[in-house]
Design a protein around this ligand. Structure first.
Ligand SMILES: [Zn+2]
Ligand SMILES: [Zn+2]
Length: 294
């Protein structure tokens, strides 16, 4: 396996705030909840309904997210929306609680809605490629399907992100059917969810230490590797200067951009497991139901 070079020197310049967030631009800060990042979009002290939460962490992270938000945006400052990159368990842990408590719209790609309105469960993960981490994370799995149907809104098909002016959403499927990434061309900032990640998510050790690596999407849930490759190609072609992924530290600079291009080019040898449930037989999804050719 060819390693895509990425080191501590490629970490984004960030301000570590006393609210626990890592601020990478004046209006983008991320917060790590155990193994996954949530992103706060909005200027510090923005006030009520003047900021956006991207993704909703793992089970048990409500207090952490709420206190960071209160410190960053104001004691009673609710967001104007929650935007979901996708609905895997480690990104929706406290989504129901936050959506109802804050009474906010939850934006997601239509193909992701079945997993967010209680209708469907994702195709089962592939334990043969999950490493020890997925087993270790058992206690964080939700016990029932997430249902935020009364808050759920489709992202507009014109690519705009209503609560985030200046940003576009890009459909980046493969890891999940309705996976999206967020892109701001003005400063080439990209929020990529799990389209690719910046640490080796399959290793318990790397996931905890977040040692930097330009890595394909977490393998366990990825159901279509051809689509995942096309998504990474699409993102690499935009030449981002700063990326915030769902797992790992934010990365920045020309060397990071090159590492991303290398990941896209060598995707099959670097990112795709040698064998696994979905390697030769990708799953296609209709109305949330997965079909896999034998
Ligand atoms: Zn995921
Ligand atoms: Zn994830």
């Amino acid at each position: 396996m060819t390693q895509v070079p990425l080191g501590a020197e490629n970490r984004a310049t960030e301000v570590d705030r006393d609210d626990g967030t890592h601020e990478v631009t004046p209006d983008v800060a991320y917060l790590r909840t155990m193994i996954v990042n949530v992103v706060f979009y909005g200027l510090a002290s923005a006030g009520d309904r003047n900021w956006t939460l991207i993704d909703a962490g793992v089970i048990g992270s409500k207090a952490l997210i709420k206190s960071a938000a209160a410190k960053r945006f104001g004691e009673t400052a609710r967001p104007s929306a929650i935007v979901m990159t996708h609905g895997h368990f480690d990104h929706v842990g406290v989504l129901e609680d936050l959506a109802s408590e804050w009474d906010v719209p939850v934006y997601a790609h239509p193909l992701e809605h079945p997993y967010l309105n209680g209708r469907a469960a994702y195709p089962s993960g592939d334990p043969s490629v999950g490493g020890g981490l997925m087993a270790a994370l058992g206690p964080l799995y939700p016990t029932k399907p997430v249902d935020v149907s009364s808050h759920l809104v489709e992202l507009p098909m014109d690519g705009s992100v209503p609560p985030m002016p200046g940003w576009r959403w890009l459909h980046t499927p493969g890891h999940a059917p309705g996976h999206i990434s967020l892109w701001r061309e003005a400063d080439r900032t990209m929020i990529v969810g799990d389209a690719f990640v910046t640490t080796k998510q399959e290793s318990v050790y790397a996931a905890l230490t977040q040692s930097p690596e330009m890595h394909g999407p977490p393998q366990y849930f990825t159901i279509d590797w051809n689509a995942a490759k096309a998504s990474v190609e699409k993102l690499a072609a935009l030449k981002p200067n700063l990326v915030v992924a769902g797992h790992g530290r934010a990365m920045q600079g020309a060397q990071m951009t090159q590492a991303l291009e290398k990941l896209a080019r060598e995707f099959f040898s670097v990112a795709v497991p040698k064998q696994g449930r979905y390697v030769d037989h990708p799953a296609t999804v209709q109305n949330g139901e997965a079909y896999q050719k034998p």
